[in-house]
Design a protein around this ligand. Structure first.
Ligand code: KG4
Ligand code: ZN
Length: 342
């Protein structure tokens, strides 16, 4: 089965052709990232306009590059949420237009499920029916889920304030680093002392023990940076920045790894799939690998190319989901991870 996948939930316009859920026949990815950089964050209006500008050319390049004609495509899968309203609507409108013009069924994909499917796509270490624990960490989302295969997801924990990627972005900004902050923090953390500063996220006393709270760590970094600026006039010196980035990264990585491993232990599910932009983080990948090896948990991690937003994961997951019975599909900006596919 050949699926065209369309992803426009944030600032990436991703289109891909995937056969039988795994074989990538072609993929296109455009990003408006550079246009957002001077604002220090994604500007929704700019992101949605950029999707409109590149969509048609990307589609033509995709079909031409893969040597595929529309008649060979079996269905069109599109991210319908969660994400930025003005961005999602462009992808959904494009998918509907193509489905109507080409007479193909439409498939609605939850962006968060697609991030987890990205971990399974290359290796398929277990069946798509098997129960697994999922960790989704991106710029906008933080969730630990228990999943019955790739169809039914139950939320176990989420963030109470900043998403993990958002915390990276905000801490980078207050340290004078660029956007997006995750890759910047990772870069300056190289060679830094992870134990130079100790940041402990608060213990979650009520509600789910798998919930996260990262705003306290962010504020603690802010105070340390201010103290440093008071005593050393001028820009932050390189060794301070490097130690601070390494210590912040370490504290967030440990918090994420420990909570996720606890979720595996308590559910008795020894399969863990991880996804979302923050999963590109080298230290996180290293610690997840170490801890899962110790705890005998099978770990599925996406390749770096499929961590941040892309159309491939949408096309891949679209192979397994039931097509919609009509063209009535709306984008749902606040679509939740537990939302069942109808
Ligand atoms: O999944 P994604 O592309 O978009 C959303 O759905 O939000 O994730 C983007 C997020 C940003 O917050 C970015 O700073 C973070 O992923 N990120 C990283 C790394 N690469 C991207 N965070 C930590 N380390 C990285 N290497
Ligand atoms: Zn994403």
């Amino acid at each position: 089965m050949l699926v065209l996948g369309i992803e426009t939930s944030c600032d990436e316009t991703g289109l891909a052709l995937v056969e039988d859920g795994r074989k990538i026949l072609g993929a296109q990815l455009a990003t408006s990232l550079k246009e957002h950089q001077r604002y220090g964050g994604v500007v929704p209006e700019i992101a949605s306009r950029a999707h409109v500008e590149v969509m048609t050319a990307e589609l033509e390049n995709l079909l031409q590059g893969a040597g595929i004609t529309p008649s060979q495509i079996d269905r069109i899968a599109v991210t319908h949420g969660p994400g930025l309203p003005g961005s999602l609507v462009i992808g959904v409108a494009a998918a509907k237009a193509l489905a109507l013009a080409w007479k193909k069924p439409l498939v609605a994909v939850n962006h968060l499920h697609a991030h987890l499917y990205a971990a399974l796509m290359e290796q398929m270490p277990w069946s798509v029916e098997d129960p697994m624990v999922g960790l989704i960490i991106s710029g906008g989302h933080t969730a630990i889920v228990r999943a019955e295969g790739i169809r039914a997801f139950h939320l176990m924990g989420q963030t109470r304030d900043d998403a993990v990627g958002e915390a990276f972005d905000k801490v980078a900004k207050l340290m004078g680093l660029g956007f997006p902050g995750g890759p910047e923090i990772q870069r300056v953390a190289e060679g830094g002392n992870r134990r130079a500063f100790r940041f402990l996220p608060p213990k979650i006393k009520t509600g789910s023990p798998y919930d996260f709270s990262l705003s306290g760590v962010k504020t603690a970094v802010l105070y340390k940076v201010r103290d440093h600026q008071k005593t050393n006039a001028g820009p932050l010196d390189a060794s301070f920045t490097s130690d601070m980035a390494a210590s912040f990264q370490e504290s967030v990585v440990e918090e994420v790894v420990q909570k996720t491993v606890l979720a595996c232990a308590e559910t008795g599910i020894r399969r863990l799939a991880v996804g979302g932009g923050v999963v590109a983080n080298r230290r996180l990948r290293e610690r997840l690998t170490e801890v899962c090896r110790e705890e005998k948990i099978a770990l599925a991690v996406p390749p770096l190319s499929l961590c941040t937003d892309n159309g491939t994961m949408v096309a891949g997951l679209g192979c397994y989901l039931p097509p919609l019975s009509s063209m009535e599909l709306n984008s749902i900006p606040d679509l939740r991870v537990e939302e069942e596919i109808k």
